[in-house]
Write a protein that binds this ligand. Structure first.
Ligand SMILES: [Zn+2]
Length: 282
């Protein structure tokens, strides 16, 4: 929601509170937060498209399933201006994966940083070391250099950093009567080293308070940390927020739904809640 619109609807003291909570008056400084959005882009430039073996229709279906569409907007709260957003589709390069395939659990399914298989194990492209090296050089490494620099900058200025890893996940139709595949509204992803239990619990409580169902590391787990700090530096906090796409988009044609603005405000609330927890415990 636009700031001016919000201010028109409230009295002066509320306006000050809104401005404070948005960091506009400089009373709350959320500069230690780095927002990371790896999977929102649908863009596949020509030079990377050539290696993909799927038909345009197959690729569209796969992109529809795998793209966290609109997450670049869903998590763009104005208080958190430091954002590292992947420029290209995960079918060019999945920047959320480990650089080394030996460390990456999804690599054995053909879904390391350069996908060779689709979700359902269809051949997506052939293994090609020179292509992989090009992707590392042109996409993966520059993205991680940017993320690492943003974290370093937060550590230098504030002595700590919170990475908020922003994703979404597809809704699966519940299978009755077992109810398997019933997915929550939000999934909070954690890392055993970089996500304190208190941060995880506070965020889960906040989501429930706002009326949403929430699970931890379900359906997806983890939260990104640059390798320079990974499991080495406790000053770097990391947490993943995953939003169920049924809350904000029509997955069939990749368009925003009527729930988009409300869900975006909820994501902003969750982000502020995480940042406030870190501030309060430092
Ligand atoms: Zn994602």
């Amino acid at each position: 929601m636009c700031l001016l619109y919000r201010l028109c609807a409230c009295n002066e003291s509320t306006a000050v509170f809104v401005l404070e909570s948005m960091g506009v008056l400089g009373m709350i400084d959320y500069g230690f937060v780095v927002v990371h959005v790896p999977h929102a882009s649908l863009e596949i430039p020509e030079q990377y498209l050539a290696s993909i073996l799927l038909s345009p229709a197959q690729l569209w279906r796969e992109k529809r399933r795998m793209t966290d569409a609109f997450c670049d907007e869903l998590y763009d709260a104005p208080e958190f201006p430091t954002r590292v957003i992947a420029k290209y589709s995960r079918f060019v390069c999945d920047v959320e994966r480990f650089r080394d395939d030996k460390l990456e659990p999804r690599a054995k399914f053909g879904q390391g940083l350069m996908y060779t298989r689709t979700t359902f194990a269809r051949r997506l492209r052939y293994r090609d070391d020179s292509l992989r090296n090009m992707i590392l050089r042109q996409v993966y490494d520059p993205h991680h250099e940017k993320l690492t620099a943003a974290v370093e900058n937060s550590l230098d200025r504030y002595g700590h950093c919170l990475i908020i890893d922003g994703h979404s996940f597809p809704t699966l139709t519940p299978v009755k009567p077992l109810g398997i595949f019933s997915r929550p509204d939000f999934d909070i992803g954690t890392d055993s080293y970089h996500t304190p239990d208190g941060l995880r619990d506070t965020l889960c409580n906040k989501a429930q308070e706002l009326g949403y169902s929430v699970k931890v590391n379900t359906p997806f787990s983890g939260a990104i940390t640059p390798m320079k700090f990974y499991q080495k530096d406790k000053r770097v906090y990391s947490i993943m927020i995953e939003t169920n796409r049924r809350l904000y988009m029509n997955s069939k044609d990749i368009t925003k739904s009527a729930g988009f603005n409300k869900t975006r405000e909820t994501c902003f609330d969750l982000m502020r809640c995480a940042a406030d927890w870190v501030m309060a415990t430092r």
